[in-house]
Structures are given as C-alpha cells and as structure tokens.
Design a protein around this ligand. Structure first.
Ligand SMILES: Cc1cc2nc3c(=O)[nH]c(=O)nc-3n(C[C@H](O)[C@H](O)[C@H](O)COP(=O)(O)OP(=O)(O)OC[C@H]3O[C@@H](n4cnc5c(N)ncnc54)[C@H](O)[C@@H]3O)c2cc1C
Length: 284
C-alpha cells in the first residue's frame, strides 16, 4: 500500500526538531516500524520530521559508571560496539537478536524504545538493566526509569512534543552475568517470548537478580516475584527452576495465531530458566 501524502522535514538542530514535534509533526527515525504502519494506513501523520540526519544524536559514550547511547544509534551500532559488548553485554545481545541485518542497519534504539512494541527485544533488556530514558521537550528535559516508561502496548510515558534523546545503561562489574534468550517468531523475528536475565553473585549467593520479560503480555515488565525468589539463594538448578516458574505468575498472557497464552507462559518459564543459567555461568 502507498501511505497518505505528508510533509517531510529534515531539521538541522534538535531544537528545530522539537519545535516541529511540539506542533504535531511525527518523528521518523529508522522508519522500520513507522513506515510499514503508514503503508498499512495504521498511521497517517501529516508531517514527518526526520531525526536520522540530525547531528549529535547518534553516539555511544562512557560516562561515570554508565553508557549513554544517543537515540538514533542503530541496532547494528549497539550490537557491534566494543564498548557495549564489553561493558553492557546484555544490551548488545538484545540488539543482535532484533529482526534481520537490514532492520538492524536502519532501526534505532530511540525508535524501538518509543515504539514500545510488546514483542520488541530492547524493552526486556532495558527493564533488566534498570536503564534510564532521557526525554527532551522544547523547554525541559526529564529522565524516566525504564520500569515507568513502558506503559502499555505501543504506549509510553512520552508526552506530546517530547523526544527520546538518549538511553542510559549501567556498566556491569565482573560479578554480574547477563543473558538474553528469545523464542523467535520466524516470519518477523519478533519475540514470542524474550527473557533478559541479569544476576550478581556475592560470597557464593545471588545478591541481585533482575529479569525483564517481553512478548508475553501487553507490555514488557520486570518479573519481580521471580527475582525475589532467586535473591539470597545459591542458584542451584532447583532454585532456578522455582524462580523461573514465577515469571508469568499473574500475567494476562497474549494469544495469537503464533502462540496460545498457555504456550507463551510455558515458554516464558523455559526461556527464563535458560537465561538465568546462562547469566549465572557468566558471573566471575
Ligand atoms: C521485518 C521487521 C522485523 C523486525 N523484527 C524485530 C525484532 O525481532 N525485534 C524488535 O525488537 N524489533 C523488530 N523490528 C522493529 C525494529 O526494531 C524497529 O527498528 C523499531 O521498532 C523502530 O525503530 P525505528 O528507528 O525504525 O523507528 P521508526 O519506525 O522511525 O519510529 C517508530 C516510532 O517511534 C517514534 N520515534 C522514533 N524515534 C523517536 C525518538 N527519538 N523520540 C520519540 N519518538 C521517536 C516514531 O514517531 C514512531 O512512532 C522489526 C521490524 C521489521 C520491519
């Protein structure tokens, strides 16, 4: 299908982009979600403001204890960055799991985060990493925890006139191990379920466990009951299985032609156990 006609602006500065967005223009980043939606007429913006060529919005920088990743940094740049792979490998692993090489070359971390697809990969990793999303408006800037950012299906805490400027993720220490495990829907590459696990060992015990879940329900979330069940244990096979069994507890699981809710819940438990085993094996 052909999209409805629209105006198209390539802004020269972030302030110009913010001014246009404040007046109702729709941001365009990699176009990997927005353009298909426009072609299907699920979205019909009058005006697109192309962030892709904005100077200064694509970067990966190390600053005190954290990596700062600019909104238009592509999935490929995240996946292949030595800095991300070395200092926040969970994010690189999630980026590498996205779609195919064409999608990873065009799609951006800001676009994926703002789009909040309930089966997208980054949201699970960002939840497990307790990432922060830096949001810029025309006159203000605020920072929102990933846990508060993803509100519902395709719905975030972004307000009219705001853009994601960057995503901040922690630099991991050697006692922390991470893993992203995903059951892929083969036609699209999206997650039927995806589990991001992040664990830290201290004196032989699991001192910290963070588990981000995607694909299972209307939005990504932290499986807090499972995290609590794991913390303080030694991470034996039985303890991992017990914790993994809690990832889908109380969740209203999605059901579609790819997977029933019962299958998704079962697979969430299977993939949570796999992710936890892999993450624990990576702790020093
Ligand atoms: C064939 C195919 C397979 C895919 N497989 C996967 C997969 O396996 N896993 C996965 O996670 N994703 C997958 N995707 C989605 C892909 O990751 C997209 O890159 C992502 O969802 C959107 O990023 P984008 O940069 O292309 O954003 P766009 O499509 O340009 O924009 C998406 C939305 O975000 C808004 N937006 C963009 N940038 C900003 C910003 N900085 N601030 C505020 N709002 C902004 C736009 O207005 C729009 O509403 C797939 C896509 C395709 C086409």
């Amino acid at each position: 299908m052909i999209p409805q006609t629209f105006d198209y602006t390539v802004p020269k500065t972030l302030d110009e982009a913010l001014g246009l967005v404040a007046n109702g223009a729709k941001p365009l980043a990699g176009g990997m979600s927005l353009i298909p939606m426009m072609k299907l007429r699920l979205a019909a913006p009058d005006h697109l403001v192309d962030l892709g060529k904005l100077p200064g919005l694509s970067y990966i920088r190390e600053e005190v204890g954290a990596l700062h990743i600019g909104a238009t940094t592509t999935h490929h740049e995240v996946e292949s960055s030595g800095l991300v792979r070395g200092k926040c490998p969970l994010l690189a692993e999630a980026a590498a799991a996205i779609g195919d090489v064409q999608v990873r070359n065009m799609g951006t971390i800001g676009g994926s985060t703002a789009h909040a697809d309930p089966s997208a990969d980054y949201p699970a990793a960002l939840q497990a990493l307790e990432a922060k999303i830096v949001i810029k408006g025309a006159k203000s800037e605020r920072t929102v925890a990933a846990a508060d950012f993803f509100v519902d299906t395709f719905t975030t805490s972004l307000e009219q006139g705001e853009l994601i400027r960057e995503v901040i993720v922690p630099i991991e220490d050697s006692a922390t191990g991470t893993s992203y495990q995903k059951l892929v829907q083969p036609a699209s590459g999206f997650a039927i379920v995806g589990i991001a696990a992040r664990v830290r060992r201290s004196s032989g015990k699991i001192a910290m466990a963070r588990i981000g879940v995607t694909g299972l329900s209307n939005r990504s979330y932290r499986a807090k009951a499972a995290e609590r069940a794991l913390e303080g244990t030694s991470g034996s096979a039985a303890e991992i299985q017990h914790a993994a069994a809690l990832v889908a507890e109380g969740v209203d699981a999605n059901s579609d032609l790819h997977a029933s809710s019962e299958y998704r819940k079962h697979m969430a438990i299977v993939y949570a156990a796999r992710a936890l085993v892999a993450a624990l094996a990576r702790t020093a």
